[in-house]
Design a protein around this ligand. Structure first.
Ligand code: DHB
Length: 308
């Protein structure tokens, strides 16, 4: 009932973590591998290990979360080593790559290619970047240059993780760029809504330390934006698959992402708050909803959103 497919690979169900959540070290990755998630993705990696920003750097409210982690990660070689010992018969694994420069991405992708791992690359075009420059996903010239260089140096299908867009002209332009690169086989929408501010009324204060309290938002706050981005790229990129990410706390939210066009669905804030046990609950809730509606598989739902 829940089986899914991406790049011709079978998944027991459409669920996985959103990169960044519960995937920074072997213990967390092993917990995801042992969970009911259909696959898993590693923390976005850089060439060298990073400590990340000072704490507190993540804060949850009843409606979602804010974070400015600062790319804490163990360095790409750590995640590549994890990928080389992973049991792919049990479930697929994605490697999230977030170089601080185009050159760093090319170095990491060359090593990943040389390792000949079955892991699937999710190239993060939407991570907090060099101060003073927009993230790659918001700089269409830089995004084009990145994809031109990466697709020349790396010869396997891969996906890109995009930031949310909020303007139809931006959906059109981003999709047109992606469509120039058939090797970009999937698109993950969305990363957090960037540079928001959560304020604690009693303390009259920001809630995270980095960047004067500014950070990326996830959770209930972002579901409609996530669904719009999934559906916008689903409509504009018919030769690609979409991975939905944003605002999933219950089975019906997965169903919404599927209707909008997602082939797989990632869980971020709710996984952070609930832990890997969330995947069994979400699978149960999705299965019950599909059964109640008479669906026999998720491919019967994908992209079937009705318009009025
Ligand atoms: C971080 C945040 C992101 O949204 C992302 O895509 C990569 C890294 C971080 O702060 O660690």
């Amino acid at each position: 009932l829940l089986s899914a497919s991406l790049l011709g690979i079978d998944f027991a169900n459409p669920l996985l973590n959103a990169s960044g959540v519960y995937c920074r070290d072997v213990a967390e990755l092993d917990a995801l591998a042992a969970s009911a998630a259909g696959s898993l993705v590693t923390k976005s990696c850089t060439l060298l290990a990073r400590e990340g920003n000072p704490e507190p750097r993540y804060y949850a409210t009843p409606l979602g979360s804010i974070n400015s982690m600062g790319l804490p990660n163990a360095g790409y070689q750590y995640y590549l080593a994890y990928a080389q010992q992973h049991d792919y018969a049990a479930k697929p694994l994605f490697l999230s790559v977030a170089g601080l420069s185009l050159a760093d991405n090319l170095t990491m992708l060359a090593a990943i290619r040389a390792a000949d791992t079955p892991a699937i690359v999710e190239l993060n075009l939407s991570c907090p970047n060099v101060p003073g420059k927009p993230q790659i996903g918001y700089d269409f010239a830089a995004m084009t240059a990145m994809l031109e260089a990466v697709t020349q140096a790396y010869d396997r299908p891969f996906g890109v993780k995009l930031p949310p867009y909020f303007d139809i002209a931006h959906f059109d332009e981003a999709a047109a760029i992606l469509n120039r690169f058939p090797q970009v086989a999937f698109v993950t929408c969305i990363n957090s809504i960037g540079n928001a501010l959560i304020i604690d009324v009693e303390a009259e204060s920001v809630v995270i330390k980095p960047k004067d309290g500014f950070g990326g938002i996830g959770g209930d706050y972002v579901l409609p934006t996530a669904l719009a981005n999934v559906n916008a790229f689903y409509r504009r990129c018919p030769a690609k698959q979409i991975i939905g990410c944003g605002g999933v706390t219950r089975g019906e939210h997965i169903f919404m992402h599927l209707l909008a066009g997602a082939s797989l669905v990632q869980v971020g804030t709710a996984l952070y708050e609930e832990g890997p046990g969330i995947f069994a609950r979400l699978n149960d809730e999705l299965a019950e909803l599909l059964t109640r509606k008479g669906y026999r598989g998720i491919e019967e739902v994908r992209g079937k959103l009705r318009t009025l």
